[in-house]
Design a protein around this ligand. Structure first.
Ligand code: NAP
Length: 484
């Protein structure tokens, strides 16, 4: 099967924070990969910007090094890289000052799709939006791409939404949650709404519970200062896990259109019930395997911030009443693995003997690594000896099933940037969605701050604190293995 690449129309993309880590690791190599695959037109322009004084050539050298280090495909294609680099230029701008904006006005072209990527710290989002407007760079045709974190609580998210709304319409604002750009996450919608098989079973009558796990092996990785003020709840749960939850739990939208999809996601967030304190487990990793513990990593020996969180959520609507959603995410865990597992109920009337009742169908959607889907089904164990049942996976790894076209699947950032150029907001968070997510998150955080809750410790390389296992054991359930 050959993957189909549909070229986008020409564009000017300005990357504020063009010399930063995200630009170096994801945005610039991702743009090159899209160019290499034939999606970016010859006359598209990419303009890097940050405070650092450098000329176009220096920015091109920076980008070349980033491509060679991070681009999966085409990193060895020197001619193609040289062609790509011709699209690049650089303008030095301090987002908090007034210099450089005139130069930027000259660098971008009127009448073509124009996107401004805010790949800078969130404290600069408002300043850049304001200056784009002030310097006549923010007309109705342009778009802005805003990185996470979008606020640190409901009030700050509202304030940021209000600031951006002064200068841009909601249809011009693309709030990134890169999880939504992942192939499997979109496949989740294809599986649900493109097959007749699953949707009739997708409710509390047939689904026992749902688990969402986003496990990382890394620690805070030099982001200690930021992370200690944020924690797993704000950094991961409020956005990435919440978005996965929305896609798995939402009602079928009437069409695959940005507002239809986002309306349904919003309803899920608004239907989330309060989470009782005993349904939340917070943890901090201990030193191990030659690595620091959390408190050493963030240089705060009294820190009460969580590097792990597990919780049990309920969606209070007709479809999901009585079906718990168990969500967990953490750092320095046993493996890097993100998975959504839909665990179906046991069959009601066993006919093959006592043992049968313990078998369940599980639909597992692996978000990373090895994106794919498998469905556990119960069959007869081969051989003599009567009807002994065994659970086997019907594995569908994308790489195996789709061959070379799966390997050239765009990375989440690549896909999302191309969606910005196309003007497709389906995979971006709307302002009201982000606010609703904070409205659910804030009381949980306020609750543990009021109780002066101290996170439990857990070993590096484990599955998190013991209490996380207990959270499910109390319900006579267990977490799935965290497997790469
Ligand atoms: P970073 O490595 O610290 O880069 C920040 C960039 O902003 C640099 O290019 C910096 O260059 C520029 N900058 C700083 N102050 C500026 C100012 N006053 N005016 C103009 N430019 C300024 O940060 P990052 O990791 O790339 O993250 C960028 C954004 O993406 C953040 O919002 C972050 O939360 C988000 N994000 C990052 C990742 C990731 O993997 N890195 C993942 C998800 C989200 P100068 O110092 O030369 O100005």
């Amino acid at each position: 099967m050959v993957s189909r690449v549909i070229p986008v129309e020409t564009f000017d993309l300005v990357i504020f924070g063009g010399t930063g880590d995200l630009a170096r690791r994801k945005i610039l190599p991702g743009l090159y990969r899209r160019f290499w695959s034939g999606q970016i037109p010859e006359d598209a322009r990419i303009i890097g910007s940050s405070r650092k004084e450098m000329d176009d050539e220096a920015f091109r050298a920076f980008t070349r090094a980033a491509i060679e280090e991070f681009a999966v495909d085409g990193a060895g294609d020197k001619a193609k890289i040289a062609e790509f680099l011709k699209k690049l230029s650089y303008v030095a701008i301090d987002a908090l000052g007034e210099n450089g904006w005139d130069k930027l006005s000259v660098a971008v072209r009127p009448g073509v799709v124009r996107a401004y990527y805010f790949s800078v710290g969130p404290s600069l989002f408002g300043a850049i939006a304001e200056r784009l407007h002030k310097h006549n760079l923010a007309d109705d045709d342009c778009r802005i791409v805003v990185e996470k974190p979008f606020g640190h609580d409901l009030d700050s998210a509202r304030e940021l939404n209000a600031t951006l709304a002064q200068f841009f319409k909601e249809t011009q604002i693309y709030r990134i949650d890169h999880y939504l750009g992942k192939e499997t996450v979109q496949n989740l919608m294809a599986i649900r709404f493109g097959n007749v098989l699953f949707e009739p079973l997708w409710n509390s009558q047939y689904v026992d519970h749902i688990q969402i796990t986003v496990a990382e092996t890394v620690g805070v990785e030099g982001r200690g200062g930021y992370y200690d003020k944020s924690g797993a709840m704000r950094d991961m749960m409020q956005n990435h896990l919440m978005q996965l939850l929305c896609l798995i739990a939402m009602e079928p939208p009437s069409k695959f259109d940005h507002d239809a999809v986002r309306d349904e996601k919003l309803k899920v967030i608004r239907a989330l019930g309060d989470v009782a304190p005993h349904h939340i487990v917070r943890g901090q990793y201990l030193a191990g395997d030659g690595n620091n513990g959390y408190r050493e990593d963030v240089e705060n020996e009294r820190s009460h911030t969580e590097s792990f969180i597990a919780l049990k959520a309920q969606i209070e609507n007709w479809r999901w009443a009585g079906t718990p959603f168990y969500l967990r995410t953490g750092k320095r865990l046993k493996a890097r693995a993100s998975e959504i597992a839909v665990v179906f109920k046991e069959i009601q009337h066993p006919i093959f003997g006592q043992e049968e009742g313990h078998h369940r169908n599980i639909l597992s959607i692996r978000v990373q690594p090895n994106e794919g889907i498998d469905l556990t089904v119960t069959i007869k164990e081969p051989g003599p000896g009567g009807m002994r049942l065994v659970d086997v996976p019907l594995d569908m790894s994308f790489a195996d099933a789709l061959g070379p076209s799966a390997e050239s699947v765009p990375d989440a950032y690549e896909r999302l940037i191309m969606d910005v150029i196309r003007g497709n907001q389906t995979l971006f968070m709307r302002g009201d969605e982000v606010e609703a997510a904070w409205a659910w998150t804030d009381p949980i955080i306020d609750g543990w701050q009021a109780r002066n809750d101290v996170p439990k410790t857990y070993d590096t390389g484990s599955t998190g604190p013991v209490d996380s296992e207990m959270l499910l054991q109390r319900d006579k359930r267990s977490w799935r293995e965290i497997e790469p």
